[in-house]
Design a protein around this ligand. Structure first.
Ligand code: AMP
Length: 640
């Protein structure tokens, strides 16, 4: 927690309106959220605002609506039909501009494509696509017919894709022939073929053309999207679905090897995102909004697709890397489209900071009005650079804390209501309706300045409906550590002014360049390499990515440690989990530090990985004695 001279920027005083709305929202949450829900178009009004059977919440029960209707039909009935919905920028510099009426046309046609392949309400469609307009269009097309989408980040491997398809039992896989990654093609169709081989539920594969490739097309299973569109109907009526009908399933890492399918239901999720998007980004009709996340993460779902499009916003969608082909590509895009709201991650900011101010200064960024940050805590140095160099000291920064599970932003300044006086590095205050607190091990609120666990004490409409197919894991993961409270898995601290500072994960989950990955998932991938017997994973601080992966592995008898073997294991992890998690270091060790009951001493690993001291051992998380931990630490340090 580090306060800088920018603390309490006086422009944002007084700060009463937020407090009044926040207090009101917690006094009578159902009334508050009902008012917010009325901002959407419902085909049928709900009977009950909240049916809370802890830990399962059902919002706006009895109500009926349709997400694609909210995001497109509503707008084409107004002057917005000619408004830009999507400015799409391809990595090689090609571009497309889609108005709301064009978006409406495509969503209808894509919905017809799905229908003609037998997709109906409740079926799951897996979307494995690069950042091309087809991705949001397919999401909306699924929503239009009541199908459930599961978007899989296009950087994931065939195995990761297959695992998600098998868990959801998706019937249809939508992919592209290829996607761009730094000027090269990634053969997505080939990866999809491999995944489909491992996924018996897949009946059809739809292939969008992006790379002019000629992949093998399996007759009767694979279809080019353009051929299907030729035969598609121009209009498909939006299917009214129950508020509690699932809109999507999105996988995220947890503390076991198996990713969790987070389910978000239509009504609560849309109401929440419609509101928080307005509060956080203060969206205006003339705004040009750009969120640089990939649609494959929750940020993309809520802050590229559903939040902005509910508001009829004009969004930028960019296909490629931030620094490709030149390091000022992003600044060029802001200038080209006159972006006014820019939302990105601390990792990206730290990376672009390294290229220096000159690369920024040659662009006119004067259209910017508001900046945002998400995915990990933003360090004050990066915050200040973002504020001064990108925002020209004019633009507030909304540091937004949230998770796949929360559905939308929970803690953030809210310029759409009244911006909190900013403190660089703090996400400031919970948004209205978000009953956040910080508690100790016994679940008691901690006093200001004391570190504890971030919890949410009452349900909110964006809250996950559950983990797909696993109600027991849902209860255990989120509701058992502190009965009656949603456990976020994050450490946090409140300062004397009530500001929330997020301090990273309290569980065995890493954040690599803002991407969430469980240590056990990586360990599973390492031990599936033929030369490895056992592995444990820790992270070390990284100046750009926040954290980077360090692997400790024991080898099978007869295997000889070598640089080639390290490279082989790195390649194996990449192909199992995707390039996001490539380890920075692999250490071969004789044995892993473990307690007598066989639990890996994670603190020892972390200390050795980050070349730091083992530190205070008075509160032992490792159920081993102080001596044992020290001995294990010294031993491991000698070995690496
Ligand atoms: P994900 O569900 O992949 O978006 O990851 C959510 C996790 O990212 C949270 O539990 C936090 O650990 C971290 N996170 C997201 N936004 C922030 C933020 N603004 N400040 C600090 N940590 C964040």
């Amino acid at each position: 927690m580090e306060e800088t001279s920018l603390s309490f920027d006086s422009r944002y005083w007084p700060f009463k309106k937020y407090t009044e709305i926040y207090n009101r929202s917690l006094q009578d949450p159902e009334r508050f959220w009902a008012e917010e829900a009325r901002k959407l178009d419902w085909f049928k009004t709900w009977d009950t605002v909240l049916d809370w059977q802890p830990p399962f919440a059902r919002w706006f029960v009895g109500g009926e609506l349709n997400a694609s209707y909210q995001c497109v039909d509503r707008h084409v009935k107004t002057w917005r039909r000619s408004k830009v919905a999507i400015y799409w920028e391809g990595e090689p510099g090609d571009s497309q501009v889609l108005s709301y009426s064009t978006l409406y046309r495509w969503v209808n046609k894509f919905a017809s494509v799905l229908q003609k392949l037998g997709v109906g309400k409740g079926d799951t469609v897996a979307l494995y696509l690069p950042m091309i307009p087809e991705l949001p269009i397919f999401m909306l097309a699924c929503a239009r017919i009541g199908a459930v989408h599961t978007v899989v980040f296009s950087g994931f491997s065939a195995q990761a894709l297959a695992d998600r398809i098998n868990d959801t039992q998706a019937k249809i896989l939508v992919t592209a022939d290829a996607g761009f990654r730094r000027g090269k093609f990634v053969q997505l169709k080939n990866i999809s073929d491999e995944a489909a081989r491992l996924s018996p539920s897949i009946e059809s594969v739809i292939v969008a053309r992006r790379g002019n490739m000629t992949p093998e097309m399996k007759p009767g299973r694979d279809y080019w999207l353009h051929d299907l569109l030729d035969k598609a109907d121009a209009h498909v009526s939006p299917v009214p679905v129950e508020s509690t009908h699932p809109l999507y399933i999105l996988y995220t890492s947890g503390t076991t090897g198996k990713p969790k399918g987070i389910v978000h239901n239509t009504g609560g999720y849309l109401v929440f995102n419609n509101s928080v998007y307005k509060w956080v980004f203060d969206i205006k009709e003339e705004s040009v909004y750009w969120c640089t996340a990939d649609v494959g993460w929750v940020t993309g779902h809520s802050s590229i697709v559903y939040g902005p499009l509910c508001h009829g916003a004009a969004i930028v969608l960019y296909e490629g890397a931030p620094d490709y082909p030149t390091v000022d590509r992003w600044w060029d895009i802001i200038e080209k489209y006159g972006v006014s709201i820019f939302y990105t991650s601390p990792t990206a900011i730290r990376m672009l900071m390294r290229y220096g101010e000159d690369k920024v200064k040659r662009h006119d960024l004067s259209t910017l009005e508001l900046l945002g940050s998400v995915g990990e805590a933003i360090n004050p140095e990066a915050w200040l650079w973002y504020y001064k160099v990108i925002g020209g000291e004019r633009c507030p920064i909304v540091d937004t804390w949230w998770q796949t599970e929360t559905g939308g932003t929970m803690i953030s300044p809210a310029p759409g209501i009244e911006c909190a006086p900013l403190k660089p590095g703090s996400a400031t205050f919970p948004l209205p309706g978000v009953n956040a607190d910080i508690v100790d091990d016994s679940g008691k609120s901690v006093p200001p300045g004391q570190k504890g666990y971030l919890v949410i004490k009452t349900p909110w409409p964006g809250m996950l409906a559950g983990i797909h197919g696993d109600p027991v894991r849902y209860k255990e993961t989120y509701w058992s550590k502190f009965p009656g409270m949603f456990y976020t898995g994050d450490y946090a601290i409140k300062d004397k002014d009530g500001y929330f500072w997020l301090l990273g994960r309290a569980d065995e989950v890493l954040k690599i360049a803002g991407h969430r990955i469980g240590t056990i998932e990586i360990e599973d991938a390492v031990v599936s390499h033929q030369s490895v017997v056992e592995a444990a994973v820790a992270s070390k601080p990284d100046p750009v990515k926040g954290e980077s992966v360090v692997v400790f592995a024991t080898l099978k008898q007869g295997e000889v440690p070598s640089p080639e073997l390290k490279d082989g294991i790195k390649r194996h992890i990449r192909s199992t989990l995707g390039p996001v998690v490539t380890p920075d270091e692999i250490y071969f060790v004789a044995k892993l530090p473990k307690t007598r009951s066989g639990k890996i001493m994670r603190r020892v690993l972390k200390a050795v990985a980050s070349e730091s001291q083992i530190g205070d051992l008075t509160t032992l998380e490792d159920e081993a004695s102080v001596d044992e931990v020290k001995k294990a630490y010294e031993q491991l340090k000698k070995e690496v």
